[in-house]
Design a protein around this ligand. Structure first.
Ligand SMILES: NC(=O)c1ccc[n+]([C@@H]2O[C@H](COP(=O)([O-])OP(=O)(O)OC[C@H]3O[C@@H](n4cnc5c(N)ncnc54)[C@H](OP(=O)(O)O)[C@@H]3O)[C@@H](O)[C@H]2O)c1
Length: 219
C-alpha cells in the first residue's frame, strides 16, 4: 500500500515521519516540489516526492494535509484521479482575520468534513482523520507508553475505516471511530468536543476515548 501525503508542513511532515517509521510507503507532494523532495530524501527509501497529480495517481490513500480552501481547489482539479482512493481529510474550518486572530471559516454547524465529502467523486472513500490533535501533540505523542494515545476518525465507508485504522496504528496511535461524516464536527476545531482543543488539551487512551464518544451521544 502507498499513501500520498499532499502538503509537507506541520501535519503532513509529521505524518510522513510517523508513517515511514511505522513501515509505510509514502509519496510526498507540496506546493513547492523542492519541499517534498527534501523531506523524501530525509526519510529514505520508503519515501519519494512527486507532483500532486503523480502522487494521487500512484497512491491507494491520499492525505490532504493542506488548508481547507486548498483541498477544495485540489479536488476540483483532480477529482477524476480520486475515484477508488481512500481520501483522508485532517482539515479544520479555521482561518485568520486581518488582525491575525483565528476565526471559523464555515457557518456554525457546518463541518469541513461534510463539505469535503460532498465534493468528492462517488467512488472515493472519504474519512476525516489526523486533524484531531495539534501538530505538536501529533509529533510528540506517537508510540506513547504504557497506553497509546487515541486518534479519532469519522467515516461512513468501511473501506476507508479499514485503511485509516491501519494508518493510525502505523503512525503510533490507537484508532477509534467517533461516528460517520455527520459526526465529523465532533473531531474538528473550533467546537468539536472530541478534538484536543475541546478536551482541554488532553490526549485520551482507548477507555477514556470510548467514554468521551459515548458521553455526548447519550446526552
Ligand atoms: N497545524 C496544526 O496544529 C493542525 C492541527 C490539526 C489540523 N490541521 C489541519 O491540517 C491542514 C494542514 O495544516 P498545517 O498546519 O500542516 O499547514 P502548513 O504547515 O501551512 O502546511 C501546508 C502545506 O500545504 C502545502 N500546499 C499549499 N498549497 C498547495 C498546493 N496547491 N498543492 C500542494 N501542496 C500545497 C504547502 O506546500 P509548501 O511546503 O511547498 O509551501 C505545505 O507543505 C489544515 O487543513 C489544518 O486545518 C492543522
Amino acid at each position: 500500500m502507498t499513501t500520498a501525503i499532499i502538503g509537507t508542513g506541520n501535519i503532513g511532515g509529521t505524518l510522513a515521519r510517523h508513517l515511514v517509521r511505522g513501515g509505510e510507503s509514502v509519496v510526498l507532494a507540496a506546493k513547492d516540489e523542492a519541499n517534498a523532495a527534501a523531506l523524501a530524501q530525509e526519510l529514505g527509501e520508503l519515501a519519494r516526492a512527486a507532483s500532486v497529480e503523480e502522487a494521487i495517481a500512484e497512491a491507494d490513500a491520499v492525505v490532504f494535509a493542506v488548508w481547507l480552501d486548498t483541498i477544495k481547489e485540489l479536488i476540483a482539479t483532480d477529482a477524476r484521479l480520486l475515484e477508488n482512493k481512500v481520501v483522508v481529510d485532517p482539515s479544520n474550518p479555521l482561518g485568520f482575520d486581518e488582525g491575525g486572530q483565528m476565526i471559523r471559516t464555515l457557518p456554525e454547524g457546518q463541518s469541513a468534513g461534510s463539505l469535503i465529502a460532498a465534493l468528492l467523486p462517488a467512488g472515493a472513500h472519504y474519512v476525516k482523520a489526523f486533524g484531531t490533535l495539534g501538530a505538536d501533540a501529533l509529533a510528540s505523542a506517537a508510540n506513547r507508553e504504557p497506553q497509546s494515545a487515541v486518534l479519532f476518525y469519522a467515516t461512513d465507508d468501511d473501506t476507508a475505516a479499514t485503511t485509516i485504522e491501519r494508518l493510525i496504528h502505523a503512525a503510533g496511535f490507537e484508532p477509534l471511530k467517533a461516528g460517520g461524516v455527520a459526526d465529523a464536527g465532533r473531531i474538528e476545531m473550533p467546537g468539536g468536543d472530541l478534538h484536543q482543543a475541546g478536551l482541554n488539551g488532553a490526549l485520551l487512551d482507548l477507555d477514556e476515548a470510548r467514554a468521551a464518544v459515548a458521553a455526548q451521544r447519550s446526552e
